[in-house]
Design a protein around this ligand. Structure first.
Ligand SMILES: C[S@@+](CC[C@H](N)C(=O)[O-])C[C@H]1O[C@@H](n2cnc3c(N)ncnc32)[C@H](O)[C@@H]1O
Length: 195
């Protein structure tokens, strides 16, 4: 990653922290991934040569910029879904400032409304960082969108372990999936769909 982009991401991380401390309403919070989660996701994308990347939960685009910089290496593209127009607009401006807008498609929608339009087995990598109470309901659909050999990465698997208990228990019952909980940032649950 070039130094200018690195500096911009540092600024954005700082903005997110300050903003979230001052915000009085949950929807005003950016709730960005931690700065050490960004390089972790980027390495996963580059190491697996993932091209078709989907993110659920853009917020102001901090994590998306990490994903976008990684797909520049693989020749891929990131589609990112956000339901809140105010956050999506901040993300749009951040993607332009970071000069990564050409490898990103923003979808302003509820994920549950958008996912049915996606083609089965079309995605190499999904990053799930959204409304956790919906993950159990989305799991089979997300797995059907992932190509065999693709990765689904779920944020907050340690920080919100109790909230994700039903989801992780369902994961363990599904054949054809390998899982690993990685204690980076807020805890990343990696689900690999058998090739
Ligand atoms: C934790 S934040 C995402 C943070 C972002 N990934 C980052 O690290 O910079 C979760 C986001 O998901 C959005 N969201 C929640 N439920 C959603 C849904 N059903 N469809 C689309 N977006 C949703 C929220 O508006 C919020 O901006």
């Amino acid at each position: 990653m070039d130094q200018t982009l690195h500096d911009f991401l540092d600024q954005l991380a700082q903005f997110g922290k300050t903003n979230d401390r001052q915000a009085t309403q949950r929807r005003e919070r950016m709730l960005n991934i931690t700065p050490d989660t960004g390089p972790f996701l980027a390495i996963l994308i580059k190491a697996t040569k993932a091209k078709a990347v989907l993110e659920i939960g853009t917020s102001n685009g901090y994590s998306t910029i990490w994903l976008a910089d990684a797909v520049r290496t693989t020749g891929g593209h990131v589609t990112t879904i956000e339901m809140d127009p105010w956050k999506a607009e901040q993300a749009r401006l951040n993607f332009q400032k970071a000069s990564v807008d050409v490898v990103i498609t923003q979808i302003l929608a509820l994920a549950e409304a958008y996912l049915p339009a996606c083609s089965p087995a079309s995605l190499d990598f999904i990053f799930l960082d959204s409304e956790r109470s919906q993950y159990t309901g989305w799991l089979y659909q997300l797995l059907s969108l992932l190509r065999p050999g693709g990765l689904l990465v779920v944020d907050n698997a340690v920080s919100h372990e109790a909230e994700l208990a039903e989801f992780t228990s369902l994961v363990q019952q599904i054949p054809g999936l390998d899982s690993s909980l990685v204690p980076v940032g807020n805890g990343e649950l990696l689900l690999w769909k058998h090739a």
